[in-house]
Design a protein around this ligand. Structure first.
Ligand SMILES: [Zn+2]
Length: 292
């Protein structure tokens, strides 16, 4: 028994260390956002969100809409800021994205918390404090890495870099402008005010997790938000320069250009695209695009 208690305390210490690391990482991100005035960016988005809510006569439904925050990060300022932040972003971009989303959420909710009391005085009636959920925050990180050898994305199926990489490529083809569901809100018909789910991509209507009787939720279509994307097929520029042997073709990669990155690309033109390769769907998600 004594050994199991000792094991438990070791486990707790490990957890505590991990928690400290996670908190430290978020603090580091928060400091960076303040130093580069990206916090101002986030607050502008909040102000616009609030302005729309007031314009629609404080329709509480609108408080479930998404907050889309575009964050242009500069490689140089990241490199100067703290030697450990940039490598983490490059090695674990999805982990960074999730931590950033949480930091942005705390900035957003802090903004709304200090805004509400003023409103209450004007209205002479208490209004509930606005609290945004994590699923409502969408961070669009825009970061262009320099096309150095160490950052280059190579389309080798056995050894794919899943960090943030730079894909030097030549456009082979592209889709027409497509739509995707960014944000949808689902309410429980039995408790419309209390039970709801927020989700992005939908395959089927979600079930209520709180009723316990598998009630199928209904979508509040007023809040559905869609985004734009282009699907682009591209060859690695390096592969393009090597001669093709009979019976072999160059491996092309699907690149997704979404939202503000939906720029019309040109066939046969060379681009430098910074992004993250997602192995399950073999898709390179762009964070930035530049024509060479
Ligand atoms: Zn329910």
């Amino acid at each position: 028994m004594s050994s199991s208690i000792a094991d438990q305390s070791v486990l707790t210490e490990c957890h505590l260390e991990a928690l400290k690391r996670e908190l430290g990482f978020r603090e580091q991100i928060a400091t960076f956002l303040v130093q580069t005035d990206l916090v101002g960016h986030v607050q502008q988005v909040c102000a616009e969100f609030y302005r729309q809510y007031l314009a629609e006569h404080r329709d509480r439904d609108l408080l479930l809409k998404p907050l889309i925050v575009r964050l242009p990060l500069q490689y140089e300022s990241l490199a100067k800021f703290d030697p450990s932040l940039l490598p983490t972003i490059i090695e674990a971009p999805i982990y960074f994205e999730q931590a950033l989303q949480e930091v942005v959420l705390s900035v957003v909710n802090a903004h709304f918390a200090q805004l509400e009391p003023v409103e209450q005085q004007q209205q002479q009636q208490p209004s509930p404090v606005i609290t945004v959920r994590l699923q409502q925050i969408y961070c669009r990180i825009r970061l262009q890495l320099p096309p150095r050898e160490c950052y280059l994305f190579r389309a080798q199926p056995q050894n794919v870099n899943t960090g943030l990489t730079v894909f030097r490529c030549v456009v082979q083809g592209y889709s027409s402008l497509q739509k995707y569901i960014l944000h949808s809100v689902w309410v429980c018909p039995d408790y419309p005010a209390a039970h709801l789910a927020i989700t992005g991509e939908i395959r089927r209507a979600p079930k209520c997790e709180e009723c316990g009787n598998e009630t199928v939720l209904q979508e509040n279509l007023r809040i559905r938000t869609v985004g734009d994307y282009y699907s682009v097929r591209a060859f690695s520029a390096d592969a393009f320069r090597t001669p093709v042997q009979v019976g072999r073709i160059h491996q092309s990669i699907s690149v997704r250009l979404a939202d503000d990155l939906c720029v019309p690309v040109r066939l046969g033109h060379e681009y430098v695209i910074t992004g993250v390769f997602n192995p399950p769907n073999l898709l390179f998600n762009a964070w930035a695009i530049e024509e060479v």
